[in-house]
Ligand binder design. Structure first.
Ligand code: B12
Length: 526
């Protein structure tokens, strides 16, 4: 059986679809992945139509996060007009909103897809399209009658085949043509994050923290609370494969909490990683539980960049709004530890929070200005994704538009006075922050002009310099790696300096969403 997996994501950095395709192929079926970056045209492009006609898939799978909901709805309509091939939807948005998604597909997968999709392909092969499959996780839309199924037992991660950096069955839609990315790696890299210099993988699934804004609070009710872990052998096997591609110079572990691994696992992983892989890598850490011994073990193995969620510099906001029981004093300790380890520190903050008072925003800025420098910062727009604790509260209190999350990128923030100040906290002297960090009523034209000027200058001078310095320090001043990291990322770095916060591909996606609202208003109707 042939499965065509489609992503509408604006970039080619995929994880989930690769795991499904690898598992489907290891069970004797065929699978191809097609990236249609932000495809939202009112008609199906002939290039896509002939690609599908040539491959003749027995099943078409569309993977989506919430930001890809309308493009998925549109694509399903277009495919149904041309093909009778059954369509299945899957991915984070489907897990959150299965009732909504099943209306636009023949099947939806409400959990992990690796084994569920293999069972569906086996079913279609053995029993045909007209018989209703009885497979956990796979809901069926039988001509409008919805048949719901229980959740599939979660996948044993070590039973899954590993994924490749650039599989030879990964295609992309580019300027009206479908191209095999493996035959044109340069094009693949232009669609991948970080210029394609890094391989994205995960060694665990699940997260023990119940942050109010995060979808994990919901997905844990689906996947179970236990964090599932891969063995060191499975991870090293994948990394040995990935390392064969000379262009991969960085590993990006996307685990929500990489430090959930115990000391034994960390020790073995660090040894094996240093011996067989020895590439710089990045992980995410949680401030309140940053373990010194594990940090330095990983640092010795090549850890060079750490992403730490701080979210707010106000304890009130973290405790009462984000349900993050982490005092800022713990964040300070973690920042000192990260600086001592000389990794590149990258701190994530959330802004545009309707629950934040002026005092909260000022305290957040004050706190971040006190953190040990150098560090870099990213700001994300508080997005009320379905199924999160905070969204449940906000909907009850009617303070958000329930559908706003479907058309807004998290990285697209409001250009407010406080957001600019917060953004500059790592890059300008503390006395400037103290002078400018004041309530609206106390600001005058000098404060506003100075903030705008400093923001304009800092974003185009100090920030890139700090980024370059911490990246190089994180790479232990290895000249070759630094040059390759910078050359690999210059495009995204330049985009960051020139445009505000959205990457070029996300901006195009944003514009396309706005255009589609005018061209296809029916698509956005409930
Ligand atoms: C890795 C990751 C990324 C990567 C790769 C994403 C990818 N497509 O693989 C990158 C960096 C590209 C990314 C980007 C974004 N991300 Co992200 N990302 C994650 C992260 C950390 C892990 C996801 C992952 O790999 N999980 C493991 C894999 C195996 O699971 P999976 O992807 O869910 O896939 C499984 C199932 O869902 C299902 N499935 C998935 N697709 C399909 C398709 C079919 C047909 C079927 C049947 C099944 C199926 O089977 C898969 C295998 O089990 C999650 C946090 C989390 N814990 O989930 C956030 C998360 C998914 N991201 C999120 C967001 C918001 C974004 C951005 C919009 C942020 C932004 N820029 O504004 C962008 C959007 C995409 C873009 N334009 O770039 C949110 C999504 C919330 C929502 N409701 O949509 C999350 C949950 C973070 C959060 N905590 O809220 N992300």
């Amino acid at each position: 059986m042939r499965l065509l997996l489609i992503s509408l994501q604006s970039n080619a950095s995929l994880v989930g679809l690769k795991y499904i395709a690898a598992n489907v192929r290891s069970h004797g079926h065929d699978a191809q992945i097609l990236l249609l970056p932000g495809y939202l045209d009112p008609t199906l492009h002939p290039g896509i139509e002939s690609f599908v006609r040539t491959y003749k898939p027995d099943l078409i799978g569309i993977g989506l996060m919430s930001i890809e909901y309308y493009p998925a709805k549109n694509l399903s309509r277009l495919l149904k007009e041309k093909f009778s091939t059954p369509v299945i939807w899957g991915g984070l948005h489907v897990i959150l909103k299965p009732e909504e998604c099943i209306r636009y597909a023949d099947y939806v997968c409400c959990g992990e897809g690796e084994n569920a999709v293999v069972s569906l392909l086996d079913h279609l092969r053995d029993k045909g399209r007209d018989s209703i499959p009885d497979i956990p996780n796979i809901w069926v839309n039988d001509n409008g009658t919805i048949i719901r199924r229980d959740a599939f037992p979660e996948v044993d991660l070590d039973s899954l085949p590993v994924i490749e950096y650039l599989p030879d069955y990964f295609y992309g839609f580019h300027k009206g043509r479908i191209i095999n990315f493996a035959h044109d790696p340069k094009l693949f890299r232009s669609y991948a994050l970080y210029g394609g210099t890094c391989h994205m993988m995960i060694t665990t699934r699940g997260c023990p923290f119940y942050c109010g804004y995060c979808a994990n609070a919901y997905t844990m009710t689906v996947f179970g609370k236990k964090i599932r872990k891969r063995s060191v052998e499975s991870c090293i096997e994948e990394l040995k494969l990935v390392k064969k591609d000379p262009y991969v110079i960085y590993i990006n572990f996307e685990d929500d909490w990489f430090f959930s691994h115990d000391y034994e696992w960390m020790r073995k992983f660090s040894e094996e990683y240093k011996k067989h892989i020895n590439l710089p890598f990045m992980v995410r850490v949680f401030p309140g539980v940053l373990d010194r011994e594990k940090l330095f073990m990983l640092r010795d193995a090549g850890l060079s960049l750490v992403i730490m969620g701080v979210q707010s510099g106000s304890d009130r906001v973290n405790f009462e709004i984000y349900n993050r029981k982490v005092k800022f004093s713990s964040v300070k300790k973690a920042a000192n530890l990260l600086n001592e380890s000389k990794v590149a520190p990258y701190y994530e903050m959330i802004v545009d929070n309707p629950y934040e008072t002026e005092e909260d925003e000022m305290e957040s800025i004050r706190s971040m200005a006190q953190l040990k420098k150098p560090y870099t910062i990213s700001l994300a727009h508080l997005t009320f994704f379905p199924g999160t604790l905070l969204t449940e509260r906000a909907l009850k209190e009617k303070i958000v538009d329930p559908d706003a999350y479907l058309t807004r990128y998290m990285v697209k923030i409001d250009e407010t006075y406080f957001n600019k100040l917060l953004y500059m906290a790592p890059y300008i002297p503390r006395f400037f922050i103290q002078y400018l960090n004041r309530p609206k009523a106390e600001r005058n034209v000098v404060h506003r002009a100075l903030t705008t000027l400093l923001f304009f200058v800092a974003k185009r001078t100090v920030e890139p310099a700090v980024f370059f310095f911490v990246l190089t320090r994180g790479l232990k001043y290895n000249f070759k790696l630094t040059v390759r990291t910078v050359t690999g990322n210059w495009k995204s770095a330049l985009a960051k300096v020139l445009f505000n916060f959205l990457g070029k591909k996300d901006m195009e996606f944003d514009e396309r969403l706005a255009l589609a609202r005018k061209e296809m208003p029916e698509l956005f109707e409930k």
